[in-house]
Design a protein around this ligand. Structure first.
Ligand SMILES: Cc1cc2nc3c(=O)[nH]c(=O)nc-3n(C[C@H](O)[C@H](O)[C@H](O)COP(=O)(O)OP(=O)(O)OC[C@H]3O[C@@H](n4cnc5c(N)ncnc54)[C@H](O)[C@@H]3O)c2cc1C
Length: 383
């Protein structure tokens, strides 16, 4: 349903129909509120459909991000069941090749964040998945709590379900150019709402640009590949030594210092391009493989063959397999900041802006949506 110049006054207007906007709409709709979601694109096109669809708990930064991931994973389970979104696989295998990595895994297992995790010996991992035959594989940290959905399918289905089951109104191809509460000025007319959640992804140069320019925001570009079905099912998502140097739940452990030093000597090009390995599988058997990290205010839009080669090199080393043929390539971008994993700002009493600045919105978005709803509706706001 599309409305413009609506005479209806909504309880909440959400700008942005990525995972954070949809999560906020869900949290408000569950409170029985009237919600409208607006997005400038005709269908989802941002980071939320370009990602791995990997809902990661293990490895998230200790504290609020880990808590958000745990809560979001619960909501994903509920939403996937209600909106007929297949959970394509569960869990993650961190396969490691270096003794320094094993020390990191052992240190992690001694923390309270290791619930649902255990160490598999090389022999046990081989028994469980004989196709993973990297000669150098030393051990695997298995976590059973992660979920993986196919985002291209999941994001449209969440939106359709919000519309049909929760009565949320969607206005697509609608750019919001200004907010003057209680009015939002859009390319399709004026919309009125008591509260507004701006969830713009990595577009922080539009609404409230002057205010947001005070934060150290940048952008990160990632290269992604889809490979043909290797002919067997993965035991879960696959990650490797390089990920232990990037995911803060691991990289902030003391034991990670010597691993990071070794990686910078042995894999300097991977480190330079921010390459680490995530491999997930689709229902048709094909693999989504990435990624790289290039930071810039406006990253270039090009996919560099040399960077893809580094990703595939790590695939070869970690899985012990020749990569199947590449069938798709794409880039994605997300907002980045050195000083925080999520930016939640209140430019006006009845408005919140939420930007995930750590590339983890698929894993934490549902919890952030609930936080925004609480902040807008439970903490007194002058209407
Ligand atoms: C390649 C890649 C891989 C990733 N992998 C993972 C992963 O496996 N796990 C994980 O947890 N996270 C992952 N991430 C990060 C995750 O995808 C993002 O953190 C998350 O999608 C951000 O969601 P969002 O809703 O904030 O932004 P987006 O999905 O970018 O949505 C923002 C929306 O706002 C709209 N918009 C902006 N301004 C306006 C306006 N003025 N008017 C109307 N509409 C507007 C845009 O059109 C867009 O649709 C990955 C990201 C990328 C790029």
């Amino acid at each position: 349903m599309v409305r413009s110049q609506s005479s209806e006054r909504f309880d909440l207007a959400v700008v942005g129909a990525g995972i954070v906007g949809l999560a906020t709409a869900l949290a408000a709709a569950r409170r029985g509120l009237r919600v409208v979601v607006m997005d400038r694109d005709a269908q989802a096109n941002g980071a939320s459909v370009r990602n791995f669809g990997f809902v990661t708990v293990t490895g998230q930064e200790r504290g609020s991000m880990w808590e958000r991931a745990r809560r979001s994973r619960e909501v994903w389970r509920e939403v996937a069941a209600a909106a007929s979104i297949p959970v394509v696989h569960t869990g993650v295998w961190w396969t490691v090749r270096r003794p320094e990595s094993l020390s990191v895994l052992e240190a992690f297992l001694a923390t309270d964040m290791a619930a649902g995790c255990r160490l598999l010996s090389r022999a046990e991992a081989r028994r469980r998945c004989p196709q993973l035959s990297a000669p150098a594989m030393a051990a695997v940290l298995e976590s059973t709590i992660e979920l993986r959905v196919e985002s291209r399918q999941a994001i449209p289905r969440i939106a359709a379900w919000l519309e049909s089951a929760h009565g949320v109104t969607f206005m697509r191809s609608t750019t919001v150019s200004a907010i003057d509460m209680p009015s939002l000025y859009t390319s399709r007319g004026r919309v009125q709402a008591q509260r507004v959640a701006v969830c713009p992804g990595d577009d922080f140069t539009g609404l409230y640009a002057q205010r947001l320019s005070a934060y150290p925001l940048s952008r990160c570009k990632l290269q992604m590949l889809r490979l043909a079905d290797p002919g067997f099912r993965l035991p879960g998502a696959i990650m490797s030594d390089l990920g232990l140097g990037r995911y803060r739940g691991f990289s902030e452990l003391k034991a990670a210092a010597s691993l990071k030093a070794r990686l910078s000597v042995e894999q300097p090009d991977h480190i330079k391009h921010g390459v680490h390995l995530i491999v997930v599988q689709n229902a048709d058997g094909s693999l989504v493989v990435g990624d790289s990290h290039q930071y810039a205010p406006t990253p270039d839009p090009f996919s560099h063959e040399a960077v893809d080669a580094l990703i595939l090199d790590e695939f070869r080393s970690a899985l012990g397999l020749e990569p199947p043929p590449t069938i798709e390539r794409w880039i994605g971008t997300y907002a980045a900041a050195d000083d925080r994993p999520v930016l939640i700002d209140a430019p006006e009493a009845a408005v919140r802006v939420a930007i995930v600045t750590s590339g983890s919105g698929a894993s934490t978005g549902f919890a952030i949506g609930e936080e925004l709803a609480t902040s807008l509706f439970d903490i007194g706001v002058a209407a």
